[in-house]
Design a protein around this ligand. Structure first.
Ligand code: PLP
Length: 368
């Protein structure tokens, strides 16, 4: 007898469209039989990991047969020192994706509402749907989160509200005053996830201090990752800062060894490597400016971004441009899945990589 497993499945999972990651370089080169491609599709650090993190990862290899420290003591202690907070407020995750899932699992039941913005990072809707929650998607304002409208969308049934600051894929960001206004307005039964995956890149004076706000508003969960500015995407490590009770709840459902020992060691070293972080920020600033100049020269427009990427409006359907760029060995990110069919998201990389992208884009645009 044949079983229809899709009928058996949790309806939240059955109807799910999975997350589509940036195309890996290996996959493209296998498909096209080319080499020397570059990937500007996943907002990875173009400088790679810092030397201190690599060295720490290498040292950790000698303990491969041992389970990791499930409590992540050393990394948590380093984070607690850096942000001057108690370790009981920290949850470690296998990337912030893991933490996003833990927050949904800990607070959202089937039928609850989860509020998020149009164009927000795709994982929010995926985790909410898997939990059989109702997704309340609030129209964006100028491509960014409209926090007043999001606050107005909250009901008795809302349990969680997602804010990506800055947002991926748009690069838009919310300011301190807007965020505080939202937090003051929210009823106590709504948890707020403030996803700060790109926070280290940002120097704007009115960029909110999520860590400080967390002390004032206990329903705020701040999430950060080592995948972006710290250049450790392969290792899968991130952290959440929350009220101790919230952290305790998230830790209860965390897979006991969710962050492996190599990741813990490398993250601890990366946190102390201010030189690599500053160099990464400088390269990103240069790269963003180079891309913005080129976009203007090509007569295109991009959404102003404070992340390490920009979403460029091609003024026409972007998928054929994406495909033509692939054939030239350049991987960027199409955004049709986000309801942005004319945009491509491009990670700011090194000067020479950016130049290759700009030249290829120019050639593709001339050919169409
Ligand atoms: C990249 C990204 C993440 C998650 O990255 P991890 O590698 O899982 O830490 C989370 N939120 C946003 C907005 C991102 O862009």
């Amino acid at each position: 007898m044949k079983c229809d497993f899709y009928q058996l499945a949790n309806p939240g999972v059955r109807d799910l469209t999975p997350y589509e990651p940036g195309k890996p370089i290996d996959e493209l080169e296998r498909e096209l039989g080319i080499s020397g491609s570059i990937k500007l599709a996943s907002n990875e650090n173009p400088l790679g990991a810092g030397a201190l993190a690599i060295e720490a990862a290498r040292s950790a290899l000698s303990e491969l047969s041992r389970y990791p420290d499930g409590a992540g003591f050393r990394l948590k202690a380093a984070l607690a020192r850096k942000f001057d907070l108690d370790q009981s407020r920290i949850v470690l995750g296998a990337g912030s994706s893991d933490l996003l899932r833990l927050a949904v699992e800990a607070f959202v039941c089937a039928g609850d509402q989860v509020v998020m913005s149009q164009y927000a990072f795709a994982m929010y809707a995926i985790y909410a749907q898997a939990a059989q929650a109702e997704r309340v998607i609030v129209p964006a304002r100028d491509w960014g989160h409209d926090l007043d409208a999001m606050a107005a969308a909250v009901t008795e049934r809302t349990r969680l509200l997602f804010i990506a600051n800055p947002n991926n894929p748009t690069g838009t960001w919310v300011k301190q005053t807007e965020l505080v206004r939202l937090l003051k307005r929210l009823p106590a039964h709504v948890m707020v996830v403030l996803d700060e995956a790109y926070a280290e890149y940002i120097d704007q004076a009115d960029y909110p201090n999520g860590m400080a706000l967390g002390l004032e508003f206990p329903n705020l969960i701040v999430m950060r990752t080592f995948s972006k500015a710290y250049g450790l995407a392969a290792l899968r490590v991130g952290y959440a800062i929350a009220d101790p009770a919230v952290a305790d709840l998230m830790n209860r459902i965390r897979e006991p060894f969710n962050v492996n020992s190599i990741a813990q060691a490398a993250a601890e070293a990366a946190l102390a490597d201010e030189v690599h972080l500053q160099r990464s920020k400088a390269v990103n600033q240069q790269g963003l400016m180079q891309l913005q100049r080129a976009v203007a020269q090509l007569g295109l427009e991009a959404i102003p971004s404070v992340g390490n990427f920009i979403a460029i409006d091609m003024g026409r359907e972007a998928l054929p441009i994406y495909e033509a760029l692939l054939r030239k060995g350049l991987i960027v990110r199409p955004l049709a899945g986000y309801g942005m069919p004319n945009h491509l998201r491009v990670t700011a990389a090194t000067e020479s990589e950016n130049s290759r992208f700009i030249k290829a884009l120019q050639e593709v645009l001339e050919a169409v």
